[in-house]
Design a protein around this ligand. Structure first.
Ligand code: ADP
Ligand code: MG
Length: 764
């Protein structure tokens, strides 16, 4: 607001200055005009005076010229000349007469000499007179010319004509008088001498007069010429003067008109300026008033604001001062802080460093501890896990009550499964149960830890157990679109091996074998019918090997597919009914992973045995005969042997009956020691399969329950027999030997196994 007020004041001053300047301009213009008019008036005045002067000069010249007087004078002279001429003529005549008279009477007269002298003088005079006459003639001519030339002047000199006439008359009178005088002289001849003398005197006088007259005449003529010239010049001058005067008059008129116009214009301009000035002043005044009003209002607002702002200003000033102080102190503070921060940071880094070292040390110790714990856990739990997988109801199950679903699951516990068998619900607890909707991928997720441990040098066995049609082959091999554990395991091995390729060299080989009727056959060999033997390694390491078993080195999924194709084709050509055959034999895929740590030279060998077992269904003793019975006995024997071996292993018995079957013998080194085993028990959910499902689940539970303490283990010892397995406990019979651990209530059992499962899961 203050600034706007100052601005307005400045504007006002500027306007006033402008006004003053305009007024000054106006007065200057007025003065100018006045002086101009004065000047012009002076000019007019001088011009008028000049005009007057010239008029006077003209009149003076006119009077000076006196044309009439000169002419009069000239005429007078001419008349006198004429008269004198006549007088002279008369005198000559008289003289001649007198001479004649004197020659006779007075020859010897004393006056004779005088007379002669006089005569000489006379003749001289006569000569002179002659000359004068000639001269006079000339003069006459001249005069005539002049007279002619002055004819115009004569016109102007009409007024003097009358006077001239009078003069002529007077002259004629004088002439008459002179003639009378001459006549009287003639009458007095005695006075000749005197007269002669007089004549002489007079003639001298006349001569002088003539001379004078002539010179006068000449002078006058010159003057006349001069005057004429002057007159002419004067006339010209007059003309030019008149012209100039006219011009000047026109100019004056023009000037006056211009003056008038300028004056009018000036007046108009002045008026316009005055109006403009008034208008500007009014406008400025009104604007200034409005602005002033606004400014006043603003000022009032600002004043009130100022009043409210003052305390704020005070606090701000205070704050500002304190901030200034802080800013002044800031660099020092900053330096100080930076120094301390740096020290702290370096200390922290040091601490972190040492902590890191400590952590690393602890981590290593923990790792060792964990491994020890894991080993301990494995030792405690055994490294056998039992999973259950329920396949979905299929078209093959048919329709009606037979195809009804008899298996249900626990929503809260994925390890529990309930089977409705003959109106009674029996519950089973395994390490994990896969419901029908579980995908191959989900199943493999639970298996892959086992598979990778094979790279670290562990031996692994994965068995698919169950009645024919329960989904064993589906789980192990799967379909082309949805592969099973076999292919996924090999894929995983490839990717793991690739990720470790920086430090390790790995070689993966694959063998495929079949055990049918206790005979081992190579599925990839040239002679598939040849029965292979299992032998002890001659190096004394206690390891077993199968001489002649074909091993294929595989590096990619394509290689495996080729191998599988090969094996499959072999099996198809060998067997008339593959489905039948396959359900009666155990199919093994043996993957061997051999590793070499390039930096340490350490060698590891891990074996992954993927076994699709023969169908576990019981064959009725009555209905089976011949080869069918033999097959059934072999299958029963081998499955029982497997159960025995697993039991013996998990109950940590000194003797493990590996040799009781080809299967367990072959897998001896993959089942003993710190090897890992997974039993995937496949069941059908269909109502018609409930007895077999029950048997399979009982087998599974028995395998799991082996993990109990040594006393219990011993107590369970009698529960395994091939006969038992083959014939099983018929539904509705007395409690199965597997439940021999009757000392434990089902609840106790359930909670214990659940806790163990949790531990297993957390240990990975
Ligand atoms: P097994 O090998 O035990 O005799 P199969 O694997 O041949 O049994 O399975 C029998 C039928 O059931 C096959 O047609 C198979 O595709 C199907 N089947 C088994 N398990 C599943 C499952 N989890 N999901 C879908 N179909 C299954
Ligand atoms: Mg099968």
């Amino acid at each position: 607001v203050m600034a706007s007020m100052a601005h307005l004041q400045k504007e006002k001053l500027r306007l006033q200055e402008e006004l003053l300047g305009l007024q000054e301009k106006l007065t200057a213009q007025e003065n100018n005009e006045l002086s101009l008019s004065f000047q012009l008036q002076g000019q007019v005045e001088t011009l008028k005076a000049k005009l007057l002067e010239q008029a006077q000069e003209i009149s003076r010249l006119r009077s000076e010229l006196g044309g009439t007087d000169v002419e009069k004078h000239r005429d007078l002279l001419a008349a006198e000349n004429e008269r004198l001429r006549q007088e002279m003529k008369a005198c000559e005549g008289e003289l001649r007469e007198l001479q004649r008279q004197q020659q006779a009477p007075c020859r010897d007269c004393p006056h004779l000499q005088e007379n002669a002298g006089l005569q000489q003088q006379l003749s001289q005079l006569q000569r002179e007179a002659e000359e004068t006459r000639a001269k006079l003639v000339e003069l006459d001519l001249e005069v005539q010319q002049k007279t002619n030339r002055l004819a115009e002047v004569e016109l102007r000199l009409k007024d003097s004509l009358a006077e001239r006439a009078e003069e002529e008359e007077r002259l004629s009178r004088r002439l008459r008088d002179s003639q009378e005088t001459i006549a009287s002289l003639k009458s007095q001849p005695q006075q000749i001498k005197y007269i002669i003398k007089t004549v002489e005197v007079e003639s001298a006088k006349a001569k002088q007069a003539l001379c004078e007259t002539q010179s006068r005449n000449q002078y006058l003529q010159e003057q006349v010429g001069m005057q004429k010239q002057v007159l002419k010049e004067m006339e010209q001058q007059l003309q030019s003067s008149q012209k100039t005067e006219a011009q000047l008059r026109a100019q004056i008129m023009m000037y006056e008109a211009e003056l008038e116009r300028a004056h009018g214009q000036m007046l108009e301009e002045m008026q316009a300026m005055e109006e403009e000035k008034n208008h500007a002043i009014e406008e400025a005044f009104s604007r200034a008033q409005v602005e002033m009003k606004a400014v006043h209002e603003n000022l009032a607002g600002v004043r009130t604001n100022l009043l409210t702002l003052q305390p704020a200003l005070r606090t701000l000033t205070h704050d500002y001062n304190s901030l200034k102080r802080q800013v002044r102190d800031f660099p020092l503070l900053l330096q100080e802080t930076l120094r301390s921060a740096r020290a702290e940071i370096s200390q922290a880094i040091e601490e972190v460093h040492s902590t890191n070292r400590e952590l690393l040390r602890k981590y290593r110790r923990e790792l060792q501890l964990r491994k020890k714990c894991h080993n301990e856990l494995v030792r405690l739990k055994g490294n056998i896990r039992v999973f259950g997988r329920v396949r979905p109801i299929t078209k093959e199950d048919g329709e009606g009550p037979e195809a009804a679903n008899a298996v249900t699951f626990d929503a809260d516990d994925d390890a529990v499964l309930h089977l409705l068998h003959k109106g009674k619900q029996v519950s089973f607890e395994l390490d994990k149960v896969f419901p029908p909707q579980a995908s191959q991928e989900e199943v493999f997720q639970e298996v892959q830890a086992l598979v990778t441990s094979c790279i670290d040098g562990y031996n692994v066995c994965i068995f698919a157990y169950g009645q024919t049609g329960a989904g064993k082959t589906y789980t192990m091999e799967g379909t082309a679109a949805n592969p099973g554990i076999n292919q996924r395991a090999l894929q995983l091995l490839f990717s793991e091996v690739r990720s470790k390729a920086a430090d390790w060299d790995y070689a993966i080989t694959v063998s495929a074998a079949e055990i049918y009727n206790e005979a081992l056959r190579d599925l990839l060999g040239k002679e598939p019918q040849e029965k292979l033997e299992i032998k002890l390694c001659p190096d004394g390491s206690g390891q077993l090997y199968v001489p002649g078993l074909t091993e294929f080195r595989v590096q990619s999924v394509e290689d495996i597919n080729k191998v599988f194709e090969f094996g499959h084709v072999k099996r198809v050509t060998e067997c008339t009914n593959l489905n039948e055959h396959s359900s009666r034999s155990h199919a093994l895929l043996i993957v061997t992973v051999r590793g070499l740590d390039r930096s340490t030279g350490l060698r590891t060998t891990g074996k992954l045995n993927l076994v699709d077992l023969a169908g576990s269904e019981r064959v009725g003793r009555s209905g089976a005969e011949g080869s069918r019975l033999r097959e059934a006995q072999h299958i029963n024997k081998s499955l029982s042997a497997l159960g025995d071996v697993i039991y013996a292993l998990r109950s940590r018995q000194g003797h493990v009956p590996f040799r009781n079957s080809k299967l367990t013998y072959l897998l001896q080194d993959s089942l003993s020691g710190d090897s890992k085993t997974l039993m995937m028990v496949q069941v059908s959910p269909a109502e018609k399969n409930t007895s077999e499902t029950l048997c399979s689940l009982k087998f599974a539970e028995r395998v799991r329950s082996v993990e109990l303490g040594p006393v219990s283990r011993k107590a369970e010892l009698g529960s395994w027999s091939s006969q038992e397995h083959l014939e099983g406990d018929s539904p509705g019979s007395a409690a199965p030997p597997g439940r021999g651990h009757a000392s434990l209530s089902p609840g106790q059992l359930s909670s214990r196994s659940a806790s163990i499962r949790r531990k297993l899961q957390t240990s990975g």
